[in-house]
Design a binder for this molecule. Structure first.
Ligand SMILES: [Zn+2]
Length: 128
């Protein structure tokens, strides 16, 4: 979720017409505090957000925040916090939240190594 309800922006010639409809007596070069809901969805303005999963605070563009919100309608700050989104997507697409495409994996191993159960033992020996 977004931490602040308002954000301070500078008025330019390219955005004065949009904000003049909402706020009176604006001039180019003025700074005005607007509601974040009035920002365009693709705005690059930085906003303070709080992760809906872990509660960590972060600063990112409003555009990135909206892109993150499109999936599952909640904000996740990292891949670890977004793990719940992955489970929901897998459940919608494949009917199983822990889906793994084993058939494609077997095809790739057979194509690359000639054996669908290939395990690279030389690489494993080096790690031990
Ligand atoms: Zn988080």
């Amino acid at each position: 979720m977004i931490k602040n309800e308002k954000i301070k922006i500078k008025i330019y010639s390219r955005n004065i017409l949009k904000y003049r409809e909402l706020y009176n007596n604006l001039k180019i070069g003025d700074f005005v505090e607007i509601d974040i809901d009035d920002l365009p969805k693709g705005s690059h303005m930085l906003v303070d957000v709080v992760c809906d999963v872990c509660g960590k605070e972060k600063q990112l563009s409003y555009k990135e925040y909206n892109r993150n919100l499109e999936q599952c309608n909640y904000y996740a700050c990292s891949t670890k916090c977004a793990w719940g989104k992955n489970k929901i997507t897998n459940l919608e697409r494949y009917g199983d939240e822990n889906y793994n495409n084993r058939e494609k994996c077997k095809e790739t191993k057979f194509k690359n190594h000639g054996d669908e159960n290939f395990v690279n033992t030389n690489k494993t020996k080096k790690q031990i």
